[in-house]
Design a protein around this ligand. Structure first.
Ligand code: NAG
Ligand code: NAG
Ligand code: NAG
Ligand code: NAG
Ligand code: NAG
Ligand code: NAG
Length: 848
């Protein structure tokens, strides 16, 4: 996206915010959160992966107490052992569409590679012995009651066209509530979207009036709220529906005529509704809908909703994920909002909207409202007046309901603003868990699946969110289609096109130190004095945890007090040297100390601090000394690496073997310093070149990571900053390509092989197939994120690692991320400079 468009969007957002009266206290930058750690697929452990030749594992039903995870897939239903989905004990029901129906489907012009199958889209418990399942059956939906113990298909199927959509990709939601099957979707190709109740003595539907009821609705979720429980007014249970539909109520100047404004909605019906007697016969008499707003009204599409109700229905909260609507095809962003049930109820109890045919618009209805209140459930009060069921309701009420299902007030997020606005991410699924932390409070932990196979795990602290980690659970990018949490197994099940994953809710062992454990702010984990462990499995008296501020509980303010092994570096004056230091946390700032005290600050000549190391260019003897690298986060510093750098003014006569680390895998005995220095120089050169190439491959990987690398083996002492780009998260195709190219760099890291150095020395540039790769355009800068000096380091990290940012660049004021150069640019400039140094003695600094 061009900067211009970006500005336009920002401007638009402001206009929309002002015009619509959604003053957000925090800007998009403040609402963005960087995942603290990044775990790529290759670094994952503890994950169980179930897959067969079947595809589309989209429908999950967890029965925790029975220890079974049922999975509806394409042409099959599986029963997996929830304690280990891969234990081989799974049972399978093959339920393929018949060849005749597939033929029909093909003749209807449907896709026989994706659509003309039986996609199981509904799978829930019907009664103590049976499950109920519906499949699209190649555009002839069928349903079946399945004996859960025998786990076979019944002899007779039920017609599914009133219960299940024909189209496997259509938005759909369904629930079985007290024997009634409540489904919402657009069932047939040309039919109107509809909320239906079946399997019940009185089937019900929505009124066929798109203008008033459901206008091209795409359903996302439905939630049962048992409001009858302990209700002082004798209220009814309600089913809430979440969807996106065509906006009818506003004619807005933000849209030209060709664009259709869509809005997110919450609607609800009462469980005891039986329809009207003459008016609204077999139709809902309790259907009401209200607008659901999160961050950018009209520009957001609802993707997923999950709910939580601990301690009674009145505490129910809904979490909803939105993505930018299709108008902003080139820009990806998500917002997450939280809504309270009282906020939703408030809208349903407020004024109604009315459509004025003459003016062709919706506006607030201020006229008389009949009694009992239209759209409300039957309560004690209405019963006292003789209205025992919806069939007893007066015509005036039902007539009113028919024309006024839309409420005037909109449902705003709790706290008035989103919990999170995240760029370059499209959340596709949400699941939420409530965890009691050691501080006695309960925290909501959100698991957010993305469109490309990652899970973001976040803890909600007050009105903001902290993303504990992002985990790449699928190697091949694919949308996370379903998420289910098991408390009994302390697992998260993830359904997607290629299979089912079982992931632990927490992998506390990933946090190696007390500081790491505390800073993670993972409510499932705490430090027990020696390891970070799951709170559920440990005696809580000795544990430390700090969810609120994430920095208290460990003994000293300096992370690791013990010493790290010193790594020695010896270079010849004028050479460049990289001292690698990986920040495990994307939120940490690298702090380097020279000789124990002197902080290496911005503006120091020849020093560049990046997210995974310190680059010393044009070394001088005064650069010698002891370098310590710390990660600083929330006021805590952790020692990560220590180096002893020696810069030689000239080649010494006798070779100094000690300059090489003992761990080095190559024999150093008779290699002299000149040789080493030559290698250093050349390897740096080669590295720069290959880094350029690698950068390209990293760019390919659109989902860049914040940290370029994990700590590398110490035997690889001198390598490029981005040598590990290749190792991490690259595409399979690239993998294969590399193998074909003869595995020049077996694991993506350059190694120093002394015997080969002279070859490289003759012409290091020609050694590589591409001397200087053409530079890709720098990634566009998110305009709404470029707002200041203070936010800079975080902003840089938020650029998804596509560019290596020099956080402390000399000469230039860090007024805007625009000034930060991408690593490739930097490398190329340095390369240029290198070329010049051979000819020109003194380089003009301004050219850098
Ligand atoms: C099923 O999986 C295939 C292969 O990944 C994908 O192309 C298709 O869109 C999926 N279909 C549905 C309905 O999820
Ligand atoms: C599931 O696995 C657990 C442990 O692996 C085992 O104890 C249990 O019996 C299994 N359950 C079923 C239904 O196979
Ligand atoms: C799908 O249809 C195409 C032609 O429309 C046909 O060539 C192909 O064999 C079909 N594939 C399957 C799996 O039936
Ligand atoms: C459960 O439902 C099935 C299908 O309707 C029925 O055959 C079975 O008898 C029911 N079981 C019980 C215990 O009600
Ligand atoms: C409503 O129920 C009460 C008690 O169950 C009954 O006395 C009354 O006649 C009923 N009213 C109507 C209109 O059916
Ligand atoms: C750091 O200490 C080393 C020797 O201990 C010394 O040679 C070097 O000049 C010192 N560097 C600075 C910048 O003080």
């Amino acid at each position: 996206m061009s900067r211009g468009t970006s500005h336009l969007l920002t401007a638009l957002l402001v206009v929309v915010e002002v015009a619509m009266g959604y003053p957000s206290r925090r800007s998009a930058t403040d609402l963005d959160a960087t995942p603290r750690t990044t775990v790529t697929f290759d670094e994952l452990s503890d994950v169980r992966h179930f897959s067969t030749r079947t595809l589309n594992y989209s429908t999950l039903l967890l029965e925790d107490e029975r220890g079974v995870l049922y999975v509806g897939a394409r042409g099959a239903i599986f029963a997996l052992n929830s304690s280990d989905v891969t234990d081989g004990s799974h049972r399978t029901i093959h339920w393929e569409a018949s060849p005749e129906k597939r033929m029909d489907c093909l003749q209807k012009g449907k896709n026989n590679k994706t659509e003309c199958f039986n996609h199981v889209r509904f799978l829930q418990r019907l009664n103590s012995t049976h499950l109920y399942a519906c499949g699209t059956y190649a555009f002839h939906p069928l349903c079946a009651a399945i004996d859960a113990d025998r786990f076979t298909l019944p002899a007779h199927f039920e017609e599914g066209k009133e219960k299940c959509p024909y189209d496997p990709a259509r938005g759909y939601t369904g629930l079985i509530v007290d024997g009634g099957l409540y489904t919402a979707t657009r069932y047939e190709f040309r039919s109107l979207p509809d909320i239906r109740r079946n399997l019940y003595q009185r089937p019900l539907k929505t009124e066929e009036s798109p203008l008033h009821w459901l206008n091209d609705a795409e359903f996302v979720a439905s939630v049962l709220v048992r409001e009858s429980k302990d209700s002082p007014v004798g209220d009814d249970d309600k089913i809430y529906y979440f969807f996106t539909e065509r906006a009818g109520e506003e004619t807005t100047s933000f849209f030209d005529k060709s664009q259709v404004a869509r809005v997110a909605r919450v609607a609800r019906v009462c469980k005891s509704d039986v329809g009207g007697k003459k008016i609204l016969q077999r139709k809902w008499t309790s259907f009401m809908k209200a607008r659901l707003v999160c961050y950018i009204p009209y520009y957001e599409v609802l993707r997923s909703v999950c709910s939580l109700d601990e301690g009674g229905w009145a505490s129910t909260v809904f979490y909803a994920a939105f993505t930018l609507s299709a108008q902003w095809r080139t820009m990806e962003a998500s917002a997450v909002c939280r809504y309270s049930i009282s906020g939703v109820q408030h809208a349903f109890e407020g004024p109604y909207m009315e459509y004025q045919d003459s003016a062709r618009k919706w506006s607030r209805y201020d006229g008389a409202v009949p009694e009992p209140r239209p759209g409300s459930c039957i309560t004690d009060r209405s019963r006292r007046k003789g209205y025992n069921s919806s069939q007893d309701l007066p015509n005036s009420v039902l007539d009113f309901v028919k024309l006024h299902p839309l409420m005037f007030e909109e449902v705003k997020p709790a706290g008035g603003e989103p919990l999170l606005v995240k760029k370059n991410v499209a959340y596709s699924q949400l699941a939420v868990d409530r965890v009691r932390a050691l501080d006695g409070r309960s925290y909501d932990v959100l698991f957010m699946g993305t469109g490309d196979g990652w899970i973001h795990k976040a803890v909600v602290v007050g009105s903001s969110i902290h993303i504990v980690e992002e985990v790449q659970v699928f190697k091949d990018p694919q949308p996370v289609e379903s998420l289910v949490i098991s408390h009994a197994q302390r697992s998260l099940y993830v359904g997607a096109a290629s299979g089912i994953l079982q992931v632990p809710l927490a992998s506390c062992a990933r946090y190696a130190s007390c500081y790491d454990c505390i800073l993670a702010r993972d409510p499932y984990c705490a430090w027990d004095g020696s390891v970070c462990r799951a709170t559920a499995t440990a005696d809580s008296t000795r544990l430390v945890q700090d969810i609120q501020s994430g920095n208290e509980g460990c003994r000293s303010t300096f992370g690791r007090t013990g010493s790290l092994p010193w790594k020695n570096r010896t270079v010849l004056q004028g050479d460049d040297v990289l001292l690698p230091c990986d920040q495990r946390s994307n939120l940490a700032r690298a702090v380097w100390l020279l000789n124990g005290s002197e902080a290496l600050a911005a503006g120091q000549e020849g020093l560049r601090v990046g997210v995974d190391g310190l680059l010393v260019t044009d070394t001088l003897p005064r650069h010698s000394g002891e370098y310590r690298c710390y990660g600083e986060e929330r006021g805590l510093r952790t020692l990560l690496a220590t180096y002893s750098l020696t810069v030689l003014a000239e080649m010494p006569r006798s070779p100094t073997v000690a300059t090489l680390p003992p761990a080095a895998s190559y024999a150093a005995g008779d290699v002299n310093v000149a040789y080493i220095s030559a290698i250093v120089a050349l390897v740096v050169l080669c590295s720069l070149l290959s880094a350029g190439l690698l950068y390209m491959s990293c760019l390919e990987k659109r989902k860049g990571k914040y940290v370029l690398g994990e700590p590398r083996p110490s035997s690889v002492e001198l390598q490029t900053v981005s040598a590990n780009c290749l190792r991490k998260g690259h595409h399979r195709e690239e993998d294969e390509e590399e193998e074909e190219e003869g595995s020049a760099y077996p694991d993506g890291c350059l190694r120093i092989i002394p015997g080969e150095a002279p070859t490289a020395a003759t012409s290091p540039v020609k050694e590589l197939p591409v001397a200087v790769p053409p530079l890709p355009p720098p990634p566009p800068l998110p305009a709404e994120l470029t707002n200041g000096v203070g936010a800079l380091p975080n902003v840089l990290r938020k650029m998804n690692g596509n560019s290596y940012m020099l956080l402390q660049q000399q000469d230039e004021p860090l007024a805007s991320p625009l000034y930060s150069t991408s690593f490739t640019e930097e490398l190329n400039k340095m390369l240029e400079k290198r070329k010049h140094t051979q000819l020109v003695e003194k380089l003009d600094e301004s050219s850098v």
